[in-house]
Write a protein that binds this ligand. Sequence first.
Ligand SMILES: [Zn+2]
Ligand SMILES: [Zn+2]
Length: 277
Amino acid sequence: MTTDKPFIEEQDIMPHRSNTNATTRFVCISDTHSRVPPSNSIPDGDVFIHCGDLTAHGKLSEVEETFGWIEALPHPVKIVVAGNHDYPLDRKCHGANGHYRIIRAGTRWEEVEELVAGLKERGITYLCHESTTLHINGKPWNIFGSPRVPLFGSSAFAYPKSEPNPWTLVPTNTDILITHGPPHGHPKPKGRHGCPLLEREVLERVKPKLHCWGHIHDDYGVEVFEYGESGKGKGKSSKSPKKGVVEEEGGGEVRRTIFANCAAPWAGRQCQVFDIA
Ligand SMILES: [Zn+2]
Ligand SMILES: [Zn+2]
């Protein structure tokens, strides 16, 4: 779990904001792949989000270690989804006898279930293609998290093209959408990959305040999508907000979505930080 290479850049630690503030600070990271960021590289905030790929080699021990460092973070709310590397967390990657068949280490599904069942008690909200409502700073936030990615090679949580659109399950009132894979083509202008079905659901129906993901490591970046008059997703994208921080106007219909690829561990990148009302 140690590395002699630089991991992510130290950030100017932004002071934690009190509950009287109108905004909630989300600190987002993804694709840590069993590397532990130095604690001074994770800014303080109200909510810590990990968008998946907790492990490098898909071992349950790696999953446990990653949950360990996340548990120790000071953020009052921590939300985690898995990614395509996190095979032990996918029931489908376990054989009929319960054994995890990718890494033949004797791990059984029952052990995984036990680990996942204990996360809430450890202060971690783990979402596996499901939604939850969390009260943060005295306000309800509807959050949907999913590890699912389009099938490509050998992946956990993958869906083939023949499967019905998995994103119709995202509730329309979702404020914060966390996926492991990107919506196709985002963040603009450099995003080239991702799922067109996810993009369509996000822009035409869900329109969350924040959609964060990882998976495509090279496409780290932020895009702010402004909806057009019709509110139907025929809008325009603007360049990354200064320092990755966006203040959203409170109340009323969501008129923009912040898209963020948060894959952090490569080339000294930082966590993505957003203040959202
Ligand atoms: Zn990854
Ligand atoms: Zn991935």
